[in-house]
Design a binder for this molecule. Structure first.
Ligand code: SF4
Ligand code: SF4
Length: 349
């Protein structure tokens, strides 16, 4: 099987391009510069990673995001680089032949393949709500996870249950980690997650032979260590109490903070504000829409998308963090009012 460097060469990219990619991977993964030669060496020699990609209760949006990951790897290299042995949406075979391909890949790459799961499995009522080829999602997940090197739950559906698990959860959807308990499950949440984050998680394992450092919810710290609010370019407006009141007011046009329009950036851990989307082009807040916290557990049940966090105080699941954020915004508003008064006084003098 070809290594990544061989694929780069075959596609007409230079060694310089390859080294630039290796450097980008090291930076993406937050590795110290001293590890850069090790990463380049590993990517030059190691065979491409084998991936089995399962889809359960999903919309295939995570797959769409994955194949549009262009910052790290050009699309034509990505699809050649990762050996996708089974992916219902992207593979040519269907029906019986597709299921045979999955079983063969499990046997052939026992203990070596990465299992990616998109969508939530459904154990309720014997698993009847999601079946593929006559088998329940739970059975397919268990038999494929058994021989995987590790499991990545991509998207909020697989990581937390997502929209299928939203109340009243008619299919009994659960997160992948509730079914796979005997091996590491890396959660890469988001609806969908940033494509480059999914690729980087696989590349980290390939380059260093281990999983990236994870937080208490199993998310790679490098990408989920900070909130959107921590890195938001509108933060100065928040701190000075300058908020858009509606989507089409003067303050919205001036790019003020979207907190009062329901922004969940203060409680949402993700890399959208630093990495952005579509090759670093933009992210929801930059397009004028508040973050609605799609990468947080149970985001759909946490209150209406356009309600500001402080309005949610009657919600039974409210945490101290939420209250703190509400207080923070109130302090921000207070400081803003104070600044305006001080400026007005100066003008009067
Ligand atoms: S996490 Fe969102 S984008 Fe991904 S499968 Fe679920 S609903 Fe679709
Ligand atoms: S509340 Fe939202 S828009 Fe305002 S600074 Fe925080 S993340 Fe940015």
């Amino acid at each position: 099987m070809e290594s990544l460097y061989e694929i780069f060469k075959r596609k007409g990219y230079s060694r310089r391009d390859f080294l630039k990619f290796s450097l980008a991977v090291s930076a993406f993964l937050g590795l110290p510069p001293s590890l850069y030669p090790k990463v380049a060496q590993a990517l030059e020699k190691k065979e491409k990673p084998v991936v089995i990609w399962l889809e359960f209760q999903d919309c295939a949006g995570c797959s769409e995001s994955f194949i549009r990951s262009t910052t790290l790897l050009p699309t034509e290299v990505l699809l050649d680089y990762i050996s996708l042995e089974y992916h219902e949406t992207l593979m040519a075979p269907s029906g019986f032949y597709a299921e045979e391909a999955r079983e063969e890949a499990i046997k052939k790459y026992k203990g070596k393949y990465v299992l990616v799961v998109e969508g939530s499995p459904t154990p309720a009522d014997g698993g009847v709500y999601c079946t593929v080829g006559g088998k329940s999602s739970v059975d397919i997940l268990r038999e494929t996870a058994e021989h995987a090197a590790f499991v990545i739950a991509v998207g909020s559906c697989a990581s937390w249950g997502g929209i299928p698990k939203a109340s009243p959860n008619p299919t009994g959807a659960v997160p992948v980690y509730e079914i796979v308990k005997d091996k590491p499950v890396v959660n890469v949440p988001g609806c969908p997650p940033i494509g480059d984050v999914m690729v980087a998680t696989i590349v980290h394992f390939l380059a260093l032979g281990k999983l990236p450092p994870l937080d208490e919810l199993g998310r790679p710290k490098q990408f989920y260590g900070e909130t959107i609010h921590d890195r938001c370019y509108r933060r100065a407006f928040y701190n000075s109490g300058q908020f858009a009141e509606s989507f089409d007011d003067e303050k919205a046009r001036k790019g003020y903070c979207l907190y009062k329009l329901g922004c969940k950036g203060p409680i949402t851990r993700n890399a959208c504000a630093s990495m952005r989307w579509n090759g670093g082009l933009s992210f929801p807040i930059q397009s004028g829409h508040p973050c609605f916290g799609c990468s947080e557990p149970d985001f759909w049940d946490r209150g209406f998308i356009y309600n500001p966090l402080s309005v949610m105080e009657g919600y039974s699941g409210i945490s101290d963090t939420l209250k703190g954020v509400g207080i923070g915004a109130a302090v921000g508003i207070g400081i803003g009012v104070l600044n305006k008064l001080i400026n007005k006084k100066k003008e009067e003098k």
